[in-house]
Design a protein. Structure first.
Length: 631
């Protein structure tokens, strides 16, 4: 019965031709779209779309994503009239942009796409080899987003490259140019092998130029298999009975593949139409895994839905793709205005949207000799973390004047960063105490920028009896469960040291993590606390913060913990007034003109009212005068 259902779904040749025309019109429209207006630097884009809320095709960046969108394990070549590659484009070999008729090729941020792009100023193009831009082609990276898009090149760069403020680095060598994705070829191969090992959970039905993938309840992801012998003839793809929002994997078995689909539908609703409300969600759910394929052609002029994973293939693309494109060999895009749109796969892993955060640091100099330390004195804060199995080490240079310096802001959520101050500067007449780093270790939280405070005491009279304090956050109330785990709260503190007031702040995560303050304060130091700048969260109203102690006195060898409790209450919408009799004419009625009527009638409308008022005043005056004469 299922094959018969597929045959009944076959459409006429005229309908298929119309579908192809629709896709071609969409491709041309997107190719000629102008890039979006610059994003507001004061309002950074949110990280990664929530599940089931992937944006449709549009011209405005709406979410950030630092993961690899398009990867070529060999060389990358954009030619003919190919138009754009959205998101981070990573090339292990050489990258050539040489459009046959010249013009602009956009990378990172595009004229119209998913709107899921790297943050302004981040790397949007990384090339392990040489970057070559043809004489009549302009490579535009990070167009119309504040900060532009950075470009890193292992070898040389020739031709016109516009970074819109992001900057370009050349001669880095392959590993440094691709960092932190130097081993991405291994990541792609491992991901493909893992998915290929999943047994099929659903049924694949092929009939002529159609394939129907029939899902099963409860499986996540939904997995199907398809042989290359059938895929070359397929132009129409339908999914039925697939659980809502479940990721979909199609493992394609076999070698050479020529694939040119022009119609995608889920439960009878077409989703590859650019006007479809489910366009983004469908593109984000589907993944095509060509594990054994060595030659891959994705053809046509349509919108191909889903990510493409082909770790062993050389690939050529003439259609517009909507998803990740990760190819182990050479990758050529050469269609008629075709575009590579960045829709992260909802199944996660290396094809998912990368949720990131970061840290920053600032220096505090205290003690009796702090005034002898010049404001421009430089201190070195070393940090290290593990990323994809490798240890990354680097340094921040902090100034004595307390300037906040940002570290990396694109670290994956959960990354643990350790800190150590090294090589204290030599300042004449100053003896340094032991540096205090708070916190000494940071776990990266989604969308958060954790501040690390590094305190140095300048003076020979370093205390021999000292203690410290720490703090943590508790969330109470009926809306406590609606507070995102990555939310941070700011606890300001203040104390006197050596006759000077020292101010600082701790960033407290909502998950209750204990954060250390300074641990080398002289015994007897009185520290006062105040929570400031409560985070704004839609639908939540905060009660008055409750501190377990608003002041603490430091004791020798002790670390006093302060708990800050916030009550989260759900905001209740104000009810609209119910129907009832009107006690008096409304200000906008003719009987009682109000400010709105005066504004609408203008000066000419005021004249009769002024004349009437004067007449009343004159009448009143005459009446008073008459009474006086009688008296």
């Amino acid at each position: 019965m299922k094959p018969q259902r597929i045959r009944r779904a076959l459409r006429t040749g005229a309908t298929i031709a119309a579908a192809g025309s629709l896709a071609l019109i969409g491709a041309v429209a997107l190719a000629t779209a102008a890039p979006a207006a610059p994003a507001n630097a004061a309002e950074p884009l949110p990280l990664c779309p929530p599940d089931g809320e992937a944006p449709p095709i549009g011209p405005v960046p709406t979410y950030t994503d630092s993961n690899v969108a398009v990867y070529a394990g060999g060389d990358f070549h954009a030619t003919s009239s190919a138009a754009e590659s959205e998101g981070l484009l990573l090339v292990r070999g050489n990258a050539t942009f040489d459009k046959t008729s010249g013009g602009v090729f956009n990378v990172g941020v595009v004229g119209a796409g998913s709107g899921i792009v790297p943050a302004g100023g981040e790397t949007m193009l990384a090339v392990g080899g040489d970057l070559v831009v043809g004489a009549t082609t302009t490579l535009d990276v990070g167009a119309n987003i504040t900060g532009g898009g950075a470009v890193k090149v292992g070898g040389t760069s020739t031709g016109t490259v516009v970074t819109n403020g992001g900057g370009i680095q050349t001669g880095l060598g392959q590993a440094a140019a691709m960092d932190p994705n130097a081993d991405f070829h291994t990541v792609v191969a491992d991901a493909s092998a893992d998915l290929a090992g999943h047994p099929a959970t659903g049924t694949t039905l092929v009939s002529g130029n159609q394939v129907e993938f029939v899902g099963t309840p409860g499986d996540d992801p939904q997995v199907f298999t398809l042989d290359t012998g059938a895929i070359s003839a397929i132009t129409e793809i339908t999914f039925t009975s697939v659980p809502t929002d479940a990721p979909i994997v199609i493992n394609v078995t076999g070698d050479d593949v020529a694939f040119a689909p022009n119609y995608f539908a889920i439960d009878g609703v077409r989703v590859d139409d650019l006007t479809s409300a489910e366009f983004g969600n469908a593109a984000s759910r589907i993944l095509w895994n060509f594990t054994d394929t060595t030659t891959l052609l994705v053809g046509g002029t349509s919108q191909v839905m889903g990510s493409i994973l082909a770790p062993n293939a050389d690939a050529e693309i003439t259609a517009s793709t909507n998803g990740r494109v990760h190819v182990g060999g050479d990758l050529t895009t050469r269609g008629a205005g075709n575009e590579l749109h960045n829709y992260p796969w909802t199944g996660g892993g290396p094809l998912g949207c990368q949720k990131v955060g970061g840290f920053s640091a600032a220096k505090t100099v205290s003690g009796p000799e702090a005034g002898d330390v010049p404001a421009e004195t430089e201190f070195t804060l070393a940090y290290s973390y593990d990323l994809d199995g490798e240890t990354v080490t680097d340094q921040l240079t902090l100034l004595a004047d307390g300037t906040v310096v940002d570290g990396p802001q694109d670290l994956p959520v959960g990354t643990i960063v350790d800190f150590e101050e090294v090589d204290l500067p030599a300042v004449p007449g100053v003896e340094w105490g032991t540096p205090t780093i708070s916190p000494e270790q940071v776990t990266i939280a989604e969308g958060a920028n954790t501040l690390v405070s590094v305190t140095n005491r300048a003076g020979a009279d370093v205390v021999t009896t000292a203690g410290g304090f720490s703090a943590s956050k508790e969330i109470a109330g009926d809306a406590a469960g609606d507070v995102p785990a990555g939310t941070t709260f700011t606890l300001a503190y203040s104390y006197d040291l050596g006759g000077e007031t020292v101010d600082g702040a701790l960033s407290l995560p909502a998950d209750g993590t204990v954060v250390d303050g300074p641990q080398d304060l002289p015994a007897g130091t009185v520290v006062t606390f105040e929570e400031v700048d409560l985070p704004a969260i839609d639908g939540i109203e905060w009660g008055t913060p409750e501190l377990s102690a608003s002041t603490v006195t430091i004791a020798d060898g002790e670390n006093v913990e302060v708990t800050v409790t916030n009550t989260a209450a759900a905001v209740t919408p104000t009810p609209s007034p119910g129907p009832g009799p009107s006690p008096s004419p409304s200000p906008s009625s003719p009987a009682a003109p109000g400010h709105g009527d005066l504004a609408e009638t203008g000066f000419d409308g005021l004249a009769p009212m002024i004349a009437g008022g004067l007449a009343l005043l004159v009448g009143a005056a005459l009446f008073v005068a008459a009474r006086r004469r009688k008296a």
